[in-house]
Ligand binder design. Structure first.
Ligand code: NDP
Ligand code: MG
Length: 387
């Protein structure tokens, strides 16, 4: 008997995660039907994906580019609201949420409300609206499976109930990024080009900069708290330069389980969209005989204060993580455009954190309002400091 194909929507199909998700789907053509895709500006790649995967729907966030999408059988949407509408009408079973930044929050919520299984790459969604998103997922009975490699590793380590109940600590591994050995006094000299060169992973620009500042790991600490519902004191970051051990879970009996593999996002993407099945994957195998030693180091919290502020935000609650996320998005964008120096990224985040107030309980509109307020504040201080 042939199995029915799973209908899948890829939000952010033109990005690093989106294209790798489509690779997996192409490899398992018999298992998936792409019903919808979306991008922001890259209409050329969207047109290629329309040709190849023939989705019933395609959305582009930049409304001015709608006419560039060549479609005879594909219905086209545009703008933020167009993406949301597409989520609501496409009838997918699974959503790969791979838009970058808080821009992905509303569409992730729309997919939850449409009762899709969520394969979540867009960690900013949980950092900005973790409580709201996880409560909605519980209300609509929609599972959220992590795509982020560390969280996928943890998820894989807690597949039985006794493991889930017996967690003592979570060890989130971090490559340390390109500046793990850069002396603290040289950090101000870092250029955009240097920051965009990640030692192990090839990813979108924003997350690559987040990896260089280690804010990525800070965001992942927050992501882990919401995904696994553990105290922040139970989440430890350890630097593991080779990115072979993707994370570990220590249990109450002092046993530690880890998930290993090559640094290839197609493995966690496939796990999330095929869950709980384990089938072959187009990724390369890990050659354990040539992996060498596996080492773990404590992170340098003084050199990477982003980690410190992420933990602080979890202790303080009241939507503090949201402020960090919005300020980080603004600062990283400015850094990428050459408007601020590397070492100003954290300064902007800290200033916003110390200035912008946020509420305890937040619905979508108050999240978006706080996001806007934080961004305006950041733009103003960046403008003032340039003068
Ligand atoms: P990319 O920058 O490569 O891709 C981002 C995607 O989002 C693109 O499809 C882009 O469209 C789209 N997009 C950008 N802005 C908007 C917007 N305002 N509205 C709608 N769509 C938009 O990012 P990544 O694929 O690297 O990352 C995606 C998410 O996955 C991030 O949250 C990241 O933290 C997370 N992640 C990524 C990993 C990786 O290996 N890359 C690993 C773990 C997590 P367009 O191409 O047209 O601009
Ligand atoms: Mg990660």
């Amino acid at each position: 008997m042939t199995q029915e194909k799973r209908k899948i929507i890829i939000l952010g199909s033109t990005g690093s995660i989106g294209t790798q998700a489509l690779d997996i789907i192409d490899y398992h053509k018999d298992k998936f039907e792409v019903v919808a895709i979306s991008g922001n500006k890259n209409y050329k790649l969207l047109n290629e994906q329309i040709q190849k995967f023939k989705p019933a729907y395609c959305a582009i966030a930049d409304e001015s580019l709608e006419k560039k999408l060549i479609s005879d059988k594909t219905k086209v949407f545009s703008g933020d609201e167009g993406i949301i509408e597409m989520c609501r009408v496409c009838g997918a079973d699974i959503a790969v949420c791979a838009i970058v930044g808080i821009a992905g929050l509303k569409s992730t919520i729309a997919c939850i409300e449409s009762k899709m299984t969520i394969a979540l790459a867009n960690k900013e969604t949980l950092v900005a609206g973790g409580k709201l998103v996880t409560e909605l997922a519980a209300e609509y009975n929609t599972p959220i499976y992590p795509v982020d490699s560390e969280h996928s590793a943890i998820f894989q380590c807690i597949q039985n109930e006794s493991n889930r109940n017996g967690i003592k600590n979570i060890y989130l591994t971090a490559s340390g990024g390109p500046f793990v050995d850069t002396p603290i006094e040289d950090m101000h000299k870092i250029t955009v080009e240097q920051a965009l060169k990640h030692p192990n992973w090839s990813m979108g620009a924003k997350i690559t900069i987040d990896s260089a500042t280690m804010m990525n790991k800070g965001l992942e600490v927050i992501e882990a708290k919401y995904l696994f519902n553990v105290e922040s004191s139970m989440i430890k970051v350890c630097v593991h330069r080779k990115s072979i051990v993707h994370s570990m879970v220590e249990f109450k009996d002092n046993s530690i389980l880890a998930q290993l593999g090559r640094p290839d996002m197609r493995i966690p993407i496939q796990y999330a969209i095929m869950y709980p099945e384990r089938i072959d994957c187009p990724s390369e195998e890990l050659d354990i005989f040539n992996t060498g030693s596996l080492e773990f180091e404590r992170p340098d919290f003084d050199k990477f204060p982003s980690l410190k502020i992420a933990y602080r935000s979890l202790e303080e609650g009241r939507g503090r993580s949201l402020v960090i996320n919005s300020a980080n998005e603004e600062a990283v964008e400015a850094f990428l455009k050459g408007k601020i120096k590397y070492n100003k990224i954290y300064e902007i985040i800290e200033s916003a954190y110390n200035t912008i107030e946020s509420a305890d309980e937040m619905d979508l509109s108050s999240i978006l309002e706080t996001d806007k307020r934080t961004r305006i504040f950041c733009r103003e201080i960046m403008h003032k400091r340039r003068q």
